[in-house]
Design a protein around this ligand. Structure first.
Ligand SMILES: Nc1nc2c(c(=O)[nH]1)N[C@H]1C(S)=C(S)[C@@H](COP(=O)(O)O)O[C@H]1N2
Ligand SMILES: [Mo]
Length: 187
């Protein structure tokens, strides 16, 4: 567990499920792909196998929902989003990305945060495949931001120059969502 917890958060033991859209009807890794679109030299589509064959890493982190619950000590295994984006040659004007799920949920993320060393696209948690309801086969993990940025069932990363709000950001949640600065709501 991290030595401290962000202000206003409480650790809980059970991992709740929060899903705004419909869960994928199939999480077959043979057909799952992630597209990188928008402000890139060449849009690319990567299969689950191609992603899994990249350099993998494990990141241990606490998971903080804006509703004030936190799940401590998750060991996520996946690949760095930075490595993925480098395959697509991002245009210099890209400053944000819209991360999109299979069922239409989305969240906007600062490119800088997306490129951080601990921002990963994960398929395992604590040594086991992520449960389907928690985002299998590929879920984004951004430890420093509230969990609504950690999009489950990722199918597309769209690079953009002007920020635009995702699903919860449209409904009042903060566009940056820094857990240590308690950026919960945008006023
Ligand atoms: N695709 C998708 N990703 C999502 C959400 C969602 O509704 N759909 N909810 C977000 C919110 S608000 C939270 S708190 C976490 C919850 O993750 P969990 O369901 O694995 O606990 O996922 C985030 N990612
Ligand atoms: Mo959340």
């Amino acid at each position: 567990m991290a030595s401290n917890i962000p202000p206003g958060q409480q650790f809980i033991k059970k991992f709740p499920v929060r899903t705004a859209e419909s869960q994928p009807t199939s999480t077959d890794t043979k057909t799952w792909t992630v597209r990188i679109t928008g402000l890139v030299e060449e849009p690319i589509t990567l299969s689950f196998d191609e992603i899994q064959s990249m350099d993998t890493l494990e990141v241990k982190s606490d998971f903080h929902c804006v509703e004030t619950w936190s799940v401590p000590d998750n060991l996520w295994k996946g690949i760095r989003v930075k490595d993925l984006l480098e395959k697509a040659s991002i245009k210099p004007e890209a400053r944000f990305a819209m991360i999109k799920s299979w069922g239409g949920y989305d969240s906007d993320v600062d490119l800088e945060v997306l490129m951080a060393d601990d921002t990963i696209l994960a398929w395992e948690r604590n040594g086991k495949p992520i449960e389907p309801e928690h985002g299998y086969p590929l879920r984004l993990i951004i430890p420093s931001r509230y969990a609504y940025k950690s999009v489950k069932w990722v199918v597309e990363i769209e690079l953009i120059d002007e920020d635009r709000p995702g699903y919860w950001e449209k409904r009042g949640y903060h566009k940056r969502a820094d857990v240590w600065a308690q950026e919960r709501f945008d006023r």
